[in-house]
Design a protein around this ligand. Structure first.
Ligand SMILES: Nc1ncnc2c1ncn2[C@@H]1O[C@H](COP(=O)(O)OP(=O)(O)OP(=O)(O)O)[C@@H](O)[C@H]1O
Ligand SMILES: [Mg+2]
Length: 308
């Protein structure tokens, strides 16, 4: 059985009159990449800051590795790595020196630096000044800092934000390998559906502080209702006929109709119904809506386009 790396129970946090995080129950399985997806202002960073013990919830609790954060804070946070927005780096030091500063604070062995540099592919650039690093390299150094204590779970807030397409691709490839190669569970936030789709095994969708969906990507796909696309000679007649029979029908461009349906039986039934009534069916196909549409159905908001 899979065990839970991170669990939140009823997390709630307001700022003034605004409920930023509303009764969030998250369940992140060990070994998964969990994509915490939501538009701007949804409550992602607030949730992450609560999970990292940076701010307190009004209600609810955070469990990491089966222990309550409020009572085992230090021992738990020693097993967590985090990168929240852009990392704070010393520009006048080299990448290696930046890691060394943090390593001493954490008291972890020297070899962790080489390992972290290797994972984020900065071994060669390690002795250059951070001032000369590209944005992508800076972000990877931030990831190396988060990996320094060999965490069991890595918590990343919008790790690809602000990077160019090449930087985004690099960062995603690095993150994706972490569970299989190093046994690290990853919890990352993003406002990009396509990013979560590419990176994550599991997804939580947050909107206006509320968790609207949580499960594997496969479960999200299963959540989607199939529909039937029809082209007939008399769409208005077909529409009336189908609506009378209780089907949910929509008129699309090019005289096409879409019908909410489920599977082969529905398709065959609708086809024979239309033919029996003397309509000509030119086209009939079953379509899965895109995740984009499912997201829109859940949140009523379109997702941002992927810059890559
Ligand atoms: N310190 C604060 N004081 C007041 N309001 C806050 C504070 N932090 C967050 N909020 C509000 O809480 C809501 C959730 O913000 P949060 O930063 O968690 O969203 P987010 O999902 O991380 O958004 P983004 O994608 O823009 O980073 C927003 O309406 C925000 O304005
Ligand atoms: Mg945020």
């Amino acid at each position: 059985m899979n065990h839970t790396a991170l669990e939140t129970v009823g997390l709630t946090r307001s700022f003034g009159g605004l409920i930023a995080v509303n009764n969030i129950h998250l369940n992140v399985e060990a070994g998964s990449v969990f994509g915490f997806l939501g538009p701007n202002g949804a409550g992602k960073t607030t949730t992450i800051r609560i999970v990292l013990g940076l701010i307190k919830p009004d209600r609810g609790r955070v469990m990491l590795f089966g222990q309550d954060l409020s009572s085992h804070r230090l021992s738990i946070l020693g097993r967590v790595g985090a990168l929240v927005e852009t990392p704070s780096l010393y520009n006048h030091l080299t990448g290696f020196e930046n890691l060394e500063v943090t390593r001493r604070l954490l008291g972890c062995p020297k070899e962790n630096i080489e390992n972290a540099l290797e994972i984020v592919k900065l071994t060669e650039a390690a002795h250059r000044l951070v001032r000369e690093y590209s944005l992508g390299m800076r972000q990877r150094l931030g990831l190396a800092l988060a990996l320094l204590n060999r965490p069991e779970i890595l918590i990343l807030d919008e790790p690809t934000n602000g990077l160019d397409p090449a930087g985004i691709r690099e960062m995603r490839a690095l993150i994706k390998q972490l569970p299989a190669q190093f046994g690290i569970t990853v919890f990352l936030s993003s406002h990009l559906l396509s990013e979560v789709e590419q990176l994550a095994s599991h997804v939580g969708i947050i909107h206006q502080g509320t968790l609207l969906f949580q499960g594997s990507l496969n479960e999200l796909h299963a959540h989607q209702h199939e529909r039937l696309v029809l082209e007939v000679d008399r769409p208005a007649v077909a529409m009336e006929l189908l609506t009378q029979q209780g089907w949910h029908v929509q008129r699309e461009e090019n005289n096409r109709l879409t019908v909410s349906s489920q599977g082969r039986k529905d398709a065959a039934f609708i086809n024979s119904l239309l033919v029996r009534e003397g309509l000509k069916v030119f086209h009939l196909s079953r379509q899965q809506p895109s995740l984009e549409e499912t997201f829109f159905q859940l949140t009523g908001e379109p997702t941002a386009g992927d810059p890559t």
